[in-house]
Write a new protein. Structure first.
Length: 140
């Protein structure tokens, strides 16, 4: 990762906004960590492939789409409920990059019928920060 981009979440979020903006013909300054990719932008699942490839190039991290983009979120909630596991515990395990507060927000949103996908630039930034920390903690 370039030296001028620190591992701080707001720096990572700004770099992700700069990566995402041209995909949707947007000005990066209009995007924030709270911007929802699938609800606030014209993002479709195919666009996430481009975003994932951009994350890999920009940050030199492996991108697990299901974790980075919360693609299996509803499946994890349903599976937790089916097995009697607390959905919060399941989501915390599947998405270790999300804070407990964010897991609670996501869970609340996903329980609203017809609610749009909840993935935000901040969620993707949290994934990148987690992946960078994980890469830095592994022996070379």
């Amino acid at each position: 990762m370039p030296e001028h981009i620190r591992h701080e979440p707001h720096d990572i979020a700004a770099a992700i906004a700069a990566l995402v903006a041209p995909i949707f013909d947007m000005d990066a300054s209009t995007l924030s960590p709270a911007t929802r990719l699938m609800a606030d932008l014209p993002c479709e699942s195919i666009d996430l492939l481009e975003v994932g490839a951009g994350l890999n190039r920009r940050f030199a991290i492996p991108v697990r789409d299901a974790a980075a983009f919360l693609t299996d979120l509803r499946i994890h909630v349903l599976e937790a409920e089916r097995t009697g596991e607390a959905p919060e515990a399941r989501l915390a395990r599947e998405y270790p990059h999300l804070s407990a507060a964010r897991v609670a927000e996501v869970l609340e949103a996903v329980r609203v019928p017809g609610a749009p996908p909840v993935l935000t630039i901040g969620d993707v930034a949290a994934y990148v920060a987690w992946a960078l920390a994980r890469n830095n903690s592994q022996p070379a």
